[in-house]
Design a protein around this ligand. Structure first.
Ligand code: FAD
Length: 446
């Protein structure tokens, strides 16, 4: 292998976006990826004609970095309908977005999912966030998402029946201890654009990014053992040198290799896919558990959103369980099936389990949330990934590009830009200390 200018460890979104920027600037690079394909956490398996994303992901089309980097038309994005069906006390309630579906506002008015005052509070929050810049949102005074909701005087009802399953699912944290900055960023993205799936599976996103790179610059099935400025040692013992190394692995692996300044804890998630002849819902929207007993946080009939995920005549049902259930698979499956029977009756017993995914590192615990962390650890050594930004597709992509830009400045002997003036960065709401990381927690559904 000839020595490239830059070694990038990891071919997730961050590594790929870093490579794309370097490639555009004519800098040579080599990506070294431990697994058998690009994509990192965004992977799709084909099973019996179904497309199974390794944990249901959605692309929020308003993500600024995705808008800038991805060709949405080529991805053939299929959007969810705005809103959700909420399971509460034996019934399903439709909660829609009154700004996008004005005719449904009255349905909302009589819904037990929230109080009338909550609707005004949602409107106020939405207006405030749409009027703020992304920087203002990500550098605003910080507390837990739960505290922020309480401070805005949302009712317990709407927090438990709507915010907890929807945003707890997106942040893999149903206790809502996650940063209010992350919560408000996602809220803003949902208000501004669609939640969508690529027609051919979520892995189409990294595949599109990788397609613009020279194939020989991506080395798969090679795990890096350790790194230092300008050098990476593979598990095979081989050492590769370059002018700089960018570590684009997930946070815990970056910490293992580098001893970063702060550890990165994980939020886990579990995902069960079933096939069914009949769809339990007839709209492309998620079903949320609004306090119903059992492990399920949400259910999506994936082919209602993107038909190509299931073969003709079949339905693909994705169940998300937030956390890392300590139960063995069979016990968890039985618990999920029990809850599905309560929701949909005996017919749910006929659904065929296709696969169960347990993902121990779904998202990093990021509190306080510092987006756009300086990627330059020392000369010749950089780090990027969702643990150094907002933990999501946008944050991972942006952090990769920023690492490349910082590296290009070092190569060209250009000074770093002055640190941005942060309005209230680093401020935390007085009542809130760092929430305890909760890897492995499954208390929520006991
Ligand atoms: C189930 C689930 C659902 C999610 N849902 C959403 C969602 O709906 N919307 C959203 O915006 N985000 C979602 N996310 C988060 C999103 O997937 C991540 O934020 C993003 O993919 C992180 O990208 P990354 O490049 O930082 O890291 P990763 O994707 O983890 O990439 C790191 C890469 O480094 C490689 N690597 C690790 N160690 C080594 C080594 N020693 N040597 C070589 N290679 C190595 C790994 O194999 C991997 O390919 C979800 C995550 C999960 C797990």
């Amino acid at each position: 292998m000839s020595n490239p200018d830059v070694l990038i460890v990891g071919a997730g979104l961050a590594g790929l976006c870093c490579a794309r920027k370097l490639h555009k600037e004519g800098v040579s690079f080599q990506i070294i990826e431990a697994s058998d394909a690009c994509g990192g956490r965004l992977r799709t398996d084909r099973v019996d004609g179904f497309l199974l994303d390794r944990g249901l992901h959605v692309l929020l089309t308003a993500y600024p970095e995705a808008l800038a980097e991805l060709d949405y038309d080529a991805l053939e994005l299929c959007a969810f309908s705005p809103g959700a069906l909420v399971r509460h006390e034996g019934r399903f309630y439709r909660v829609s977005d009154p700004w996008r579906e004005p005719g449904t506002f009255l349905t909302n008015f009589f819904s037990p999912i929230g109080r009338f005052s909550d609707k005004f509070r949602i409107a106020r929050l939405r207006t405030a966030l749409l009027n703020a810049s992304i920087e203002e949102i990500l550098e605003a005074e910080e507390s837990s998402a739960m505290s922020a909701l309480r401070r805005r005087r949302f009712s317990r009802r709407i927090i438990d029946r709507f915010f907890r399953p929807l945003f707890g699912g997106a942040m893999l944290d149903t206790r809502l201890t996650t940063s209010s900055r992350q919560f408000e960023f996602i809220f803003r993205m949902l208000a501004e654009g669609d939640a969508a799936l690529p027609a051919r599976g979520i892995q189409a996103i990294p595949e599109q990014l990788a397609a613009s790179l020279p194939a020989e610059a991506i080395l798969l099935d090679q795990r890096v053992h350790s790194v230092q400025p300008g050098q990476a040692k593979l598990m095979t013992g081989e050492t590769i040198s370059a002018r700089a190394v960018v570590l684009a692995t997930e946070g815990p692996e970056a910490v293992r290799m580098l001893g970063l300044e702060r550890p990165v804890a994980s939020r886990g998630v579990c995902c069960l896919y079933f096939s069914a002849r009949e769809s339990p819902v007839d709209e492309p929207m998620p079903v949320l558990s609004g306090g119903s007993r059992g492990p399920i946080n949400s259910l999506v009939v994936v082919n209602q959103v993107a038909p190509g995920y299931a073969p003709p005549g079949e339905n693909l049902i994705c169940i998300t369980v937030v956390g890392w259930p300590s139960r063995d698979d069979q016990t968890l499956i039985n618990m999920v099936r029990g809850q599905l029977k309560r929701w949909y009756g005996l017919v749910a017993q006929e659904w065929r389990l296709l696969r169960i995914y347990r993902i121990d590192h779904g998202l990093p615990v990021s509190f306080p949330l510092e987006h756009q962390q300086n990627p330059r650890l020392q000369p010749g050594l950089y780090a990027c990934g969702d643990h150094r930004s907002v933990p999501c597709i946008h944050g991972a992509m942006e952090s990769g590009r920023l690492a490349a830009e910082s590296l290009l400045r070092e190569m060209r002997n250009q000074p770093d830009p002055p640190p941005r003036k942060r309005s209230s960065a680093g401020k935390h709401h007085q009542h809130h200390s760092r929430p305890a990381p909760e890897p492995g927690s499954d208390d929520d559904f006991d």
